[in-house]
Design a protein around this ligand. Structure first.
Ligand SMILES: *Cc1c(COP(=O)(O)O)cnc(C)c1O
Length: 370
């Protein structure tokens, strides 16, 4: 260990974006006058409108967090049987499927952008399959066209886990416009945050009252409860934070881009380190900076440790795979997902956030290359 490489302050994998303190206090001031703190108040309504504009969509439903958004939209589609998904994701994706009483069927990822390998989907379809839940992992866009083609043939619903993909566009079209629905996460660690929070963007306007009801105990009228719902509502303080952060989102993504490009400048061509390649016709959101250590002189775990000693906290996103989680031990056919297996062993996600100093990026890269 070389002492001069040690960072003097810890650098976490991410750091939440905050609005100006005064912007937030201005935004929440009228809550003291109205006393309306949750249940689709003014801030909530405004955030829905603003998000429809920003994401270029007609239908959105806000939730307390991204996980509940996914869980409830799966419920709202009234699915049964099997759902095809990938294990190279956060536990939330698989949990949302299983907590709906559905069986996850694990499809492998492709080695280029780590999204679902669309060549492998059809052979996993059975007469029990009702939906596909693909993940736009790291903000990489899935093969949308091919997924749509398959879903049409077999009459399957497509619900994207777009937790990483806020603000991403393909051929100038918002990522929120594909499939039957897309879930976004507004967790503190994501590109856009409302402290905790999430949303579902969806195609069929009929789904709107159903989602609204499910996230509010299934209530459909003053004396009627038509669904076995729960509580997934976003409150006014979350919505206020969302409104403030949304005003700065383009600047936020631009700052991330600068950090992201600095990493590339430093690491491109380094032996044994594979970088994420940009996809064609995609406007990225620079949400994560994963590197794949293939042929690197040291193991991923050793590098992870070495960075930690130097006060840099990278993350093994995504390890372990969700089909390897102990809570699913012996429950499902885990499926063979060798590419996902390989990437999960080799990937490391480096610190990336809007206010990460470029000198710190240089320093982190020096540690990796030393
Ligand atoms: C963050 C995340 C979620 C869950 O979102 P929360 O807002 O934290 O509940 C789901 N899927 C993926 C891929 C995520 O990264």
């Amino acid at each position: 260990m070389k002492w001069w490489l040690i960072m003097n302050k810890p650098i976490q994998v991410t750091n939440s974006s905050m609005p100006n303190f005064e912007d937030f206090t201005d935004e929440i001031k009228d809550l003291w006058e109205s006393g309306w703190l949750t249940n689709s108040g003014k801030k909530h309504q405004k955030l829905e409108l603003e998000l429809c504009k920003y994401l270029d969509i007609s239908n959105i439903s806000l939730f307390a967090n991204g996980h509940l958004a996914l869980e409830y939209v799966l419920t709202a589609f009234n699915l049964s049987g099997e759902v095809i998904t990938t294990p190279f994701t956060f536990a939330s994706t698989t949990h949302a499927i299983v907590r709906n009483g559905l069986t996850p069927v694990f499809c492998d990822i492709n080695p280029v952008d780590f999204t679902i390998d669309t060549d492998q989907i059809e052979k996993l379809i059975t007469d029990k399959t009702t939906a596909i839940v693909p993940v736009h992992v790291y903000g990489n866009v899935c093969n949308i066209k091919e997924i749509e083609r398959i879903a049409n043939i077999y009459n399957l619903k497509v619900i994207y886990d777009a937790a990483h993909a806020f603000g991403v566009k393909i051929n100038d079209q918002s990522i929120a416009n594909f499939g039957d629905a897309s879930m976004f996460s507004f967790h503190a660690t994501k590109v856009f945050n409302s402290i905790e929070g999430g949303a579902v963007a969806f195609k069929e306007p009929n789904l709107s009252p159903i989602l609204k009801s499910y996230k509010n105990f299934g209530i459909t009228g003053p004396e009627s409860i038509d669904y076995i719902g729960g509580n997934g509502k976003m409150n006014e303080f979350q919505a206020a934070m969302g409104l403030c952060n949304l005003r700065n989102i383009d600047e936020e993504i631009n700052k991330r881009k600068i950090v992201f490009e600095r990493y590339i400048e430093n690491l491109e061509g380094t032996k044994g380190i594979k970088l994420l390649q940009p996809q064609k016709a995609i406007k990225r959101n620079y949400s994560y900076f994963p590197i794949v250590l293939d042929g690197y002189w040291n193991s991923r775990n050793k590098l992870h440790e070495h960075l930690k000693i130097n006060n840099v906290f990278a993350r093994k996103y995504f390890y372990p795979l969700t089909n390897r989680l102990s809570c699913y031990e012996g429950r499902f056919n885990k499926g063979k997902t060798p590419i996902a297996e390989h990437i999960a062993e080799k990937v490391l996600t480096l610190p990336l956030y809007a206010d990460l100093a470029l000198e710190d990026v240089d320093q982190i890269c020096k540690i990796i290359k030393s």
